[in-house]
Design a protein around this ligand. Structure first.
Ligand code: OGA
Ligand code: MN
Length: 237
């Protein structure tokens, strides 16, 4: 059985922030941290429109387009390690894990470092690392209902998804649908509009990506607790 290349986990626990002249300001465009924290505590989810500035969204979108042109996106799989499978019946997106190699990625990671610090300060979650990937859903692609983390089986605690699609129309579809953790009722559909952040507890919130009618770009990420072993981050299950 061939080894899946270990994806790069970006360690946001680093005390030294990236050089300020390399990175655009880490302040999100429009965020009320109190409502974010309250949303996570009371509902296990939170949505913020315009969380990222349009400027940063454009830079990230260009970064993703560049990776696509260089054929550096891979069909997404499900499961980890030996259980990693490609399964187009479950998800049809193409991904690229962040490695911090572009200014856009560095700016985004700086913003997520702020968010991690806030979550740790307010909720004592002990979040340690952040890993994320770009995702491109071509027309017709979807991601069926799933949980990002199964209690006790992975160290993913909080999911973030931000969108990079300017001028998204209702008929473009591709919403992210969130379900109630206990009743399984639909909670809400989030349009993948540029700048919107969705944040939720990875072990609690079932969600899915409805089929999209246009290329749909996002960044999905996870704050994790530290379960690294022998220098490997969260070894494959
Ligand atoms: C995921 C996911 C949602 C989205 O990658 O696990 O649920 O809207 N993504 O891209
Ligand atoms: Mn998910």
């Amino acid at each position: 059985m061939s080894e899946i290349p270990l994806k790069l986990a970006v360690n946001l626990a680093l005390e030294t922030p990236p050089s300020p002249d390399l990175v655009t300001p880490a302040e999100p465009a429009n965020i009320c941290f109190t409502s974010l924290i309250n949303g996570l505590v009371e509902n296990q989810w939170f949505v913020a429109e315009n969380y990222l500035s349009q400027d940063l969204c454009d830079q990230l979108q260009q970064d993703l387009q560049g990776l696509r042109e260089q054929s550096r996106l891979s069909p997404a799989g499900i499961g980890r390690g030996k259980n990693h499978l490609l399964n187009e019946d479950v998800r049809g997106d193409y991904t690229h894990w962040f490695d911090g190699s572009s200014l856009a990625q560095q700016s985004y990671l700086a913003i997520m470092r702020e968010l991690k610090n806030t979550l740790n300060r307010e909720l004592f979650l002990g979040l340690f690392e952040y890993e994320c990937h770009y995702a491109l859903y071509p027309p017709g692609a979807f991601y069926k209902k799933h949980l990002d983390s199964f209690r006790g089986r992975t160290s993913r605690k909080v999911t973030t998804v931000v969108y990079l699609n300017s001028a998204w129309q209702t008929e473009d579809a591709g919403e992210m649908r969130l379900y109630h953790p206990q009743t399984n009722q639909v909670l809400l559909d989030v349009a993948p509009r540029s700048g919107t952040l969705v944040c939720f507890m990875s072990e609690d919130l079932p969600h899915e990506v409805l089929p999209t009618n246009k290329n749909r770009m996002s960044i999905a990420g996870w704050f994790r607790c530290n379960t690294s072993l022998n220098g490997r981050i969260d070894p494959a299950l």
